[in-house]
Each structure stands twice: as C-alpha cells, then as structure tokens.
Unconditional design. Sequence first.
Length: 256
Amino acid sequence: MRLILLYVVLALFFNIIFSTFPSVGKFVNHSLTNFILFVSYPTTKALSWSQNLINNYVVLINTQSENRKLKEKLAKCKLYANVLKKKLDDSEKEKEIFKLIEAPFTFKSNFKTDFIYLRISKRIDLNKNYCFVLSNKLTLVGIISKRTGKNIYSAKTVFNPSFTADVFILSNNKRYKALFIGNPYTPKAEFLDPNVKIKDGDGVYTSGDFDVYPPGLFLGTVQSIKNVNGYYKVAYLNISRDFFNSWKVLVLCKKR
C-alpha cells in the first residue's frame, strides 16, 4: 500500500514539474531514451550476432547434408559403372568362348572311340559352360567332360555307352521324341512311342529340351527299327565316323 502511495505521489510530482517546466520534461525524456538505447544496444547486437550464427549453422548443416547425398549418388554411380564394365567384359569373354574353336584330337588308346583327347588353344571354364565337340560338318561328336592337362581336355563321344542326349527323330515333317544312348557299335534312340511312324533314313537331332545340348545338332540317321514287346520302339542309328580321318574337330561352348 505504501509503494502504491509512493508511486502516486511521484507521478503527481513529476506531472507538476513537467507541466511547470516543459524543458525539464524534454530533457528527462531525451535522457531516458538515450539511456534505454545505450542499455539495449549490446543486447540487440548480441541477438543479431546469434541470429547470424544460427543462420550460418543451418546453411552449413544443409550443405553437409547435400554433400553427403551427392557422395552417396556418386558412390552409386561408380558402383553401377563397375557393374556395367564387368558385364561388358563378361560379354566380350562369352563372345570369345561361343566362337567355334578348331582343335586337333587323338584317341585314348588302340583307337577306342568312346573318348577322345583334344588340345584347345584357349582355356575354357567347364564349371560355367557346356562344351560340345562337332565334326567339320557340324554334326555332334561328343561333349567335353574334363580338363586333363595344360590345354588338354577329354571328351566323351557319342559312341560312349554312358553318353545320353535328348533327341527327336524327324520323319515326314513330324518330330518324335526319344532318348539317345551311345554305343561303339549300335548307338540308338530309345523309348519311342510304339505307334510312331518312322522309317530308315530319318534324321536324328538334339532337341535341347533339358537345356544341355543346343537344339538341332545332327547325330545320324535311322538304320533299323525294333518294336520292344509293343511297349516302345528303338531306332538303331548310323552315325558317320568321317571326322576320324581329319584328326580335327570343332568346339562349341554354351553357358550353363
């Protein structure tokens, strides 16, 4: 209560002074204004400096964020570039592998025809590729089974009893599926439907159904036909051995 009375008395006093002496009022007003400006200037300056600091910090954070994003994009671009380069390199390697390669060969011993041994100038990866042996007339001779030495590979021929392939017999423009089984004397196409109508001289080709042999490779021709108790038919084949005389074959590889 006393403080309120003191404020009232002071207000009345200053009001009488300022009304009686206007110059004093102006002086006091001017002095108070300068005092307030003097006192508030450092605070305003500090606030302005703080605001600039905050603005610069925000700009720095945004710049760092953009730089990080750009680095991530650059890293991705480099990764894509490396992947693309590898694909192009692999593609070029595959193109080289898929070319027909001429290779001299020899027999295992005593002209046993179930295996032949080839010297191939380019190393081939049998874990990634199936590699086939063809005659100079592009008929199927066999499939390479393993690498036995430097540039030396063994191939199982169509005369090997363990050689099998999915085939079809083409007769009167119709295809009849069968299983080819190798043999040094009587290679044959087994498990033909008993009702199929095939004849001597019909061609036998790989079908490519099991994605091992390329489709359409010629093996030989039907020489005779046998009906097995009405369950299925067997076609015995005549396979040319002319390639033996050339001592050279062709190698064709296909990705597994």
